[in-house]
Ligand binder design. Structure first.
Ligand code: PSV
Ligand code: MN
Ligand code: MN
Length: 430
């Protein structure tokens, strides 16, 4: 492994200052959990094997369609993004994989990129295709659709791009292709709602055929945006039907910000699992729509309930239960490394809380229709402060006890602002 971006000494010094308090908190939580028959060490070892991928695009300040406010030291290439992701992994120890997006992360040597990532302690997760934007020198525009386009040449171009992403992913060591298309309409009558789905299914089947044996195709649905009247794969219903039609390697990906307002996301998770189609997640949070806000910053209880369903799913496995966890968020107001550190911690804490649920008590109360006690089984776990377990697991894995403080002490961003070229204003708005 070459030089990692944060010095091990700095992490050790920072941890040394936290150690006594952490030991105290961990011991106290251990005693509390023991009283209810929970072995804190067993929970900690589950946390130690938990991980969530970070999006390469989340390393930059995404901005909104209105404006982008770059910060000094922001990454402008996949190489710099990998370096930032390595910082997140070094400190958090739960984000060892990066999910790349193409053509945003295009390079000439993908095997070299894989080695570069490995030298930073990283590997690659699902590859994401992009047929929602036009690129310079592209033969056919996606302005009126991609995989569902009425124009055959455009559909072919979108299929070929997805197949190219699979080829790139093979070189990167990835095993999944995530497909989100923005295809849809803004006017009633603009497109035939049935025929556009037919065209999507036919084109997606071509991509599916190109998948290697051990790969999965993750279909990501989204209710609206950029299309505001109808979207081809708008909801989990369209997603599961498409996945069922495509075949066993096609699964559904749940982005937490892509649903109708107030929809019960944890129930969607349970439903997808019931039919063996739960493929993975894009974690983020949302208040109004696809806000891409930090995971757990708006509705941490919902995140906990999603993990609660995942633990239930694990206890009642259906065919192929192996969901991929990824973060998908981008920011205009924070340092993306800090947001990703904070989100990775929030996600891990929700997983830890879900592990604490007294399943026996919950199932007993459910069978007895004892609503209040069933609810309390969840409430007790949710109200437990699991920070000491998550911090202790991180410490033992070589990470930082206080990720944000250690990151600030490293002055990483300020160092990068001296080395990296500035991002031009107005650049990269997506
Ligand atoms: C679309 O809103 C989405 O959630 C998809 O996952 C894209 O690949 C990603 O955001 C980046 O724009
Ligand atoms: Mn997403
Ligand atoms: Mn989104």
């Amino acid at each position: 492994m070459t030089d990692l971006p944060i010095s091990a000494e700095l992490i050790a010094e920072s941890n040394a200052r936290e150690l006594a308090a952490l030991e105290d908190d961990y011991a106290s939580l251990g005693r509390k959990l023991e009283r209810t028959g929970i072995d804190i060490e067993a929970i900690k070892s589950r946390i130690a094997s938990f991980s969530v991928a970070v999006p390469s695009w989340g390393a930059g300040r995404g901005g909104t369609r209105f404006a982008k406010f770059p910060i000094p030291g922001e990454p402008t290439s996949i190489h710099e993004k990998l370096e930032d992701c390595a910082v997140i992994q070094q400190l958090s120890r739960v984000t060892p994989r990066v999910s790349p997006h193409f053509p945003w992360d295009k390079v000439s040597d993908y095997r070299g990129l894989r080695e570069e990532a490995a030298s930073l302690g990283l590997s690659f997760d699902a590859v994401n295709s992009n047929t929602f934007q036009d690129q310079a020198n592209q033969a056919h525009s996606y302005a009126t659709g991609s995989l569902s386009s009425t124009i055959e040449a455009t559909r072919m171009q979108a299929i070929e791009h997805n197949i190219e992403c699979i080829e790139i992913g093979r070189q990167l060591g990835s095993k999944e292709l995530t497909v989100w298309v923005g295809d849809g309409t803004n006017f009633p009558g603009q497109q035939d709602l049935a025929r556009s789905l037919d065209r999507y299914l036919e084109a997606a089947a071509e991509v599916y055929t190109a998948l290697p044996e051990d790969w999965r195709m993750l279909l990501e649905h989204k209710m609206f945006e950029p299309a505001f009247y109808s979207t081809v794969i708008s909801d989990w219903g369209s997603s599961i039907l498409a996945a069922q039609e495509l075949g066993p390697k096609a699964k559904c990906l749940v982005d937490l910000g892509h649903h109708a307002p107030n929809v019960n996301i944890e129930q969607i998770v349970a439903r997808l699992h019931r039919f063996g189609k739960l493929g993975g997640f894009h974690f983020n949070d949302s208040k109004y729509g696809d806000d891409d806000l930090d995971s757990g910053s708006i509705n941490p209880h919902q995140l906990f309930l999603v993990f609660n369903e995942l633990i239930e799913a694990e206890l009642n496995p259906r065919e192929g239960f192996n969901p991929s966890y990824m973060i998908d968020q981008s920011h205009n107001v924070t340092d993306p490394i800090e947001s990703m550190l904070s989100s990775a911690e929030a996600i891990t804490q929700c997983f830890a809380k879900a592990l604490l649920v007294d399943r026996e008590a919950l199932h007993f109360a459910q069978e007895a229709n004892d609503t209040m006690m069933a609810f309390q089984a969840l409430r007790r776990a949710y109200n437990t402060d699991v920070a000491p377990i998550v911090s202790q697991a991180r410490l033992e894995a070589g990470g930082a006890v206080d990720v944000l403080r250690t990151y600030r002490e490293s002055r990483y961003r300020s160092r990068k602002s001296q080395e990296r070229k500035a991002v031009g204003l107005g650049a990269g708005i997506v």
